[in-house]
Design a protein around this ligand. Sequence first.
Ligand SMILES: N[C@@H](CCC(=O)N[C@@H](CS)C(=O)NCC(=O)O)C(=O)O
Length: 210
Amino acid sequence: VILYDHPASGNCMKARILLRQLELPYERVQVDLFKGETRTPEHFARNPDGRVPVLELDSGEAIAESNAILLHLAEGTQYLPTEGLTRTRVDEWMFFEQNRIEAELAYARFLHLSGRDKEMPEVYASRLERGSDALAALDRGLSDGRQFLAGPGYSVADLALYAYVHCADDAGADLGRHERIRGWLERVEAQPGFVNDLEPLPPHALSRPV
Ligand SMILES: N[C@@H](CCC(=O)N[C@@H](CS)C(=O)NCC(=O)O)C(=O)O
């Protein structure tokens, strides 16, 4: 399989971590999104939305959307529970991640780290507020003492949420207020094969138009 990837993308890191945990060999092809390489006809053919990650299977079929990639790879493994409602809990948290963490907190982080928060202070403030609210929701979800999000064990729901929650402070949020989240992050990081290899944004990330 081929992973079309960027080292500074949390969405791409989700796929890298699971591929490592599953011990699946793969080819890593870097697509420089800050040079517009995600918006070429070649990449649009892999993903009409022009983003990474994209996982290309040996059959040549391409899968876009980080959480769809996780669910595809995890099918039939210990990382995706099968029991009805537990499986549904995985979906719940993964939809929440895309809607509330990825769309709000991760975007606030990008604006902040790339200096665009100064060009668009209102957009940044709104994303940060909504992202911080999403962190509070995650905290409430963990308030019953559960060790992992969707069931008794670690699943792709934990991996999906980890990607942009662990670096929430980069967005300007305050993880210091969320002891339960910090404890959960540590349990996720302690999973076998779990390696956080997220790299900082490259200097030229500052110049790409948004
Ligand atoms: N919902 C998508 C979002 C993917 C996404 O936003 N990828 C960013 C990098 S983190 C990207 O490729 N941006 C380049 C672009 O928009 O051209 C997912 O979870 O995979």
